[in-house]
Design a protein around this ligand. Structure first.
Ligand code: PDD
Length: 263
């Protein structure tokens, strides 16, 4: 049971992580655990488990659920203390919740790609912390669905921040990969970091900088990265085809490299 006075429920005072499971193994688990630690530090919560204990509970969930491909969700909230109280106690006793979800990570989305829309980024300013303040993203997905699309590219001050629940990338006309540099404006994606680590020796060059919606529309390819969909080609934005309107060769090359690295 979770109390209705839980701070996760009342204030979105909670951190979460989603780790991909592929071939029964956790993907980039250490990266997810260090980001969890960082988020918890940023929202005044103690990390309730050691890295070892987190590893064990994840592996137990994989085993109990016979999970070969899918995701493990974890959430750590500020817990419940009496009635609604903004500041809460000096020290928190977190509520911990995890579940396993069977999901095809390399499926239709990876093969055929997604359609996106541009949307004003209305999120709070600390997007580098993975908290459950996801109302803007939930509404972004609803707006995308209403527009006949799958996801949204969020735009702030004339530049794309990231996608609704993934990092955004383009391939420019010179064939360079472009993705926004890390800052408090975006989540430091673990899949993003994984893709960056594969670039050496790939023949691809990367520029870490923000890009405009116009640049995205003029890109030869676009894609997003996340634990939930790995590398997802973006085939259109606001109804306009990106490149050929089909997943492009650079996206395919990165997918191959990423899948290989996952073993
Ligand atoms: N989303 N940016 C945002 C806003 C995200 O919510 C996510 C992940 C990412 C990609 O991060 P990673 O590569 O570590 O999964 C970027 C998860 C999958 C979700 O909320 O469902």
């Amino acid at each position: 049971m979770v109390s209705p006075f839980d701070r996760g429920f009342l204030f979105a005072h909670a951190a979460y992580e989603l780790t991909a499971v592929y071939g029964g193994r956790l993907v980039d688990f250490e990266g997810h655990m260090s980001r969890l630690d960082r988020t918890l530090g940023g929202i005044a919560l103690p990390n309730p488990l050691s890295a070892e204990a987190w590893g064990k509970v994840h592996r137990d969930l994989i085993e109990f659920n016979n999970l070969t491909e899918g995701l493990i969700y974890l959430q750590v909230t500020g817990g419940a203390y009496g009635m609604r109280d903004f500041a809460g106690p000096e020290e928190f006793e977190p509520t911990v919740f995890l579940y396993a979800d069977t999901k095809q990570l390399i499926g239709e989305t990876a093969r055929d790609g997604v359609r996106a829309i541009f949307l004003d980024d209305t999120r709070w300013k600390r997007r580098d912390m993975k908290t459950t303040q996801l109302l803007s993203q939930a509404l972004a997905y609803r707006a995308a669905r209403e527009a006949g699309a799958d996801t949204a590219l969020m735009v702030e001050e004339g530049r794309v921040t990231e996608a609704a629940s993934s990092n955004a990338w383009i391939v420019d006309s010179a064939g360079q990969l472009v993705t926004r540099e890390l800052s408090s404006s975006i989540l430091p994606g673990i899949t993003r970091a994984g893709v960056l680590s594969l670039l050496e020796g790939s023949g691809l060059t990367l520029v870490e900088r923000s890009f405009t919606p116009q640049e995205a529309l003029a890109a030869v390819e676009a894609f997003t990265t996340s634990a939930g969909a790995m590398i997802a080609p973006v085939i259109s934005i606001d109804g306009q085809s990106i490149g050929s309107g089909k997943p492009g060769p650079v996206t395919r090359q990165l997918q191959r490299l990423y899948y290989q690295a996952m073993g």
